[in-house]
Design a protein around this ligand. Structure first.
Ligand code: DC
Length: 222
């Protein structure tokens, strides 16, 4: 059983995917972590982010392992644990250069499909999981929320992690990312068959209940 959860930054898809997978007792795949791992490796190598050939080479030659548990994602790249390092601001920014290169997307899409085939059952989360990676998924969700709510969630996450954060900058950054999503590389597409959930007014508990309700309706729960 493959369940996809896609949506814009800050829509709550990561938390929802992680908690849903834990409830169902199946694996969770954080595909953003894979793009982040490539960006981290490129920064380590001192590559220029405009060096597409260099970035593609990193993606081709890197062995990325993503182990997503109910409370954390553990990522290793060529045997080095990078789980924390891939969440830095520098990696955040570098990842958008990595994610816009079609050859890199193709490599990671292939890896994600291999993980899906190997595990058989998983909740996978990103921005192209239902549209590109798993078009035949058993169930597809698309989560969304207002820009203000998404900005506030990001802000609170960063503050909870002890980071310095300014709400206005976060909102500006999300608006920019929304623009990228709509107009350029790897557009954030909502599959026609996806169940659209606006989480603006919902708690995470309510979101999970809603996802579970749709799963039960279809007798998909393991
Ligand atoms: O979800 P996240 O913030 O960890 O994603 C990191 C970056 O990778 C972000 O720029 C979106 C991009 N990404 C992507 O292009 N395709 C995916 N399937 C997942 C993430």
């Amino acid at each position: 059983m493959i369940i996809t959860i896609d949506g814009p930054a800050g829509s709550g898809k990561s938390t929802a995917a992680r908690k849903l997978a834990a409830k169902l007792g199946i694996a969770y795949l954080d595909t953003g972590a894979m793009y982040r791992a490539i960006a981290w490796a490129a920064l380590q190598k001192g590559l220029r982010l405009t060096d597409a050939a260099g970035l593609i080479d990193v993606a081709r030659t890197s062995d990325i392992e993503v182990d997503c548990g109910p409370t954390h994602t553990r990522v290793t790249l060529n045997g080095t644990e990078v789980s924390e390092a891939i969440r830095s601001m520098a990696v955040n920014q570098a990842t958008s250069f990595v994610a816009r290169i079609p050859e890199i997307r193709q490599i990671l899409v292939e890896k994600q499909r291999q993980i899906g085939n190997r595990l058989g059952a998983l909740v996978t989360e990103g921005r192209d999981q239902g549209s590109v990676v798993f078009p035949n998924a058993d169930l597809k969700f698309f989560l969304d929320a207002s820009i203000d709510k998404r900005s506030m969630r990001r802000y609170q996450e960063l503050i909870a992690d002890g980071e310095e954060a300014a709400y206005d900058m976060i909102k500006e950054n999300l608006e920019q990312r929304d623009g990228n999503d709509r107009h350029q590389w790897a557009p954030l597409l909502e599959p026609a068959t996806a169940i659209h959930i606006d989480t603006t007014q919902m708690t995470i508990h309510e979101v999970i209940e809603r996802l579970l309700e749709e799963i039960r309706k279809r007798n998909l729960a393991p």
